[in-house]
Design a protein around this ligand. Structure first.
Ligand code: HEC
Ligand code: HEC
Length: 353
């Protein structure tokens, strides 16, 4: 209670009229005048100039075909869709842990390591493209990537996938329920549609969205300062929209070159020199739970990632104060994991071999 009151006081003090007050004096103001009177809550809102840069997360209508979603859930958790029977989507994108492992790069079949960091599957369906380099358009199109990647799930081809599923009789009914009017319900395309439909429900509205919806008390003064810094520094130019990212490609090292250039990003797909070092700007939703950071998992902590971003993307060296407020605000982007939706289902019985 006392803490809340103090924070309200802090916020009201900080909202001096006129141009953006500088953070230093604001902090001192707070320390010198803890008895300052509370003012109306509306006075603590971020100014419209800042608010205009932000957009709340829209929660999509649930997919109507619930059997399709249920099938997708089974398949997401199904390790028998991998060459060694041990690796599922959930192995690298654990849904009870914000959809990403904490390894720099993830481990696939037979302990093989990839070279890129696994992003979270939460809210991924809303990205304009999938993967760090955008090589798949949608979550449906993305599914074949890991299934047939020799270092991830390692299946040989679509026929191998269909044979694996048909060897598990418990899958006949869920496929038939999801695709009632087709002669051959078990196919790669249907696996893609089902997993994609399930992923479309992995949406995590957060405290930040409550704030954007008008609940001024949803954020502390420090967190609001972070939202202001994020807009004023220019982070929001790239990390834009409801996901704070996931809507464009940008060069990593836009101002100061990124030290390691062994991953060429989009240029590996396009062979266009203009695409060297271009990556999808990742969403920052749930970012405080998805360390380590960047396509190579090279930043271990969020403060480090934030500092590197300011230096390499904006040519700005952040103060401790700015790092603190940015990290605090990024924490408000952590949403509720929909516990019921992501509960690990009981998988059909049976053995592949
Ligand atoms: C061995 C670990 C591993 C497994 C298994 C795996 N993934 Fe991934 N996933 C990754 C990595 C690493 C990336 C990033 C690769 C890249 O961008 O080049 C990724 C990227 C993604 C993305 C893109 C997200 C974004 O922000 O662009 C989605 C969606 C996704 N995976 C879903 C799945 C699904 C569905 C499955 C199961 C069919 C699966 N993954 C299995 C490691 C894995
Ligand atoms: C010029 C565009 C641009 C600007 C400006 C920018 N970023 Fe980024 N940001 C990116 C790109 C591109 C990546 C992905 C880089 C990679 O790993 O390949 C990224 C990645 C990140 C990550 C890591 C996310 C993850 O899941 O790995 C964080 C955190 C981040 N940015 C925060 C910030 C902050 C805070 C600012 C402002 C100080 C900022 N960014 C400014 C383009 C930008």
């Amino acid at each position: 209670m006392r803490l809340t009151a103090l924070l309200l006081v802090a916020a009201s003090c900080s909202e001096a009229p006129g141009p953006e007050a500088e953070p230093g004096p604001r902090r001192q103001l707070l320390r010198r005048r803890p008895e300052a009177p509370r003012v109306a809550v509306s006075a603590e809102q971020l100014p419209p100039r800042v608010m205009r840069r932000y957009k709340a997360l829209s929660v999509p209508e649930p997919v109507k075909n619930t059997a399709l979603v249920a099938l997708g859930r089974l398949l997401y958790f199904e390790p028998r869709l991998s060459a060694d029977g041990k690796v599922s989507c959930d192995s690298c994108h654990p849904l009870d842990d914000y959809g990403a492992t904490h390894d720099a790069t993830s481990t696939g079949v037979e302990g093989k390591h990839g070279r890129r960091n696994a992003p979270t599957t939460y809210n991924a369906a809303k990205h304009f493209r999938q993967f760090w380099d955008g090589r798949a358009a949608t979550v449906e199109e993305q599914v074949a990537g890991p299934l047939f990647n020799p270092g991830e799930m390692g299946l040989k081809d679509a026929a191998h996938l269909v044979a694996a599923l048909k060897a598990l009789p418990g899958y006949a009914a869920p496929f038939a329920a999801a695709f009632p009017d087709v002669r051959e319900p078990v196919s790669l395309q249907h696996v893609e549609l089902a997993i994609g439909a399930f992923e479309r429900g992995l949406v995590t509205p957060a405290r930040w969205d409550r704030y954007l919806a008008g609940d001024a008390a949803a954020l502390t003064a420090l967190e609001k300062q972070g939202a202001r810094d994020f807009a004023n520094l220019g982070c929001v130019v790239c990390h834009a929209g409801e996901l704070l990212g996931g809507s464009m490609y940008e060069r990593l090292g836009a101002v100061n070159p990124w030290p390691s250039a062994n991953d060429r990003g989009r240029a590996e797909l396009t062979e266009d020199p203009g695409d060297e070092g271009m990556f999808k700007v990742p969403s920052l939703r749930n970012v405080s739970h998805t360390a380590p950071y960047f396509h190579d998992g090279s930043a271990a902590t969020l403060p480090e990632a934030v500092r590197l971003m300011a230096h390499h993307q904006l040519g700005v060296e952040l103060s401790e104060r700015e790092v603190g407020s940015l990290v605090a605000w990024l924490g408000t982007l952590s949403g509720e994991v929909p516990a019921e939706y992501v509960r690990r289902p009981e998988l059909p019985a049976g053995n592949l071999r």
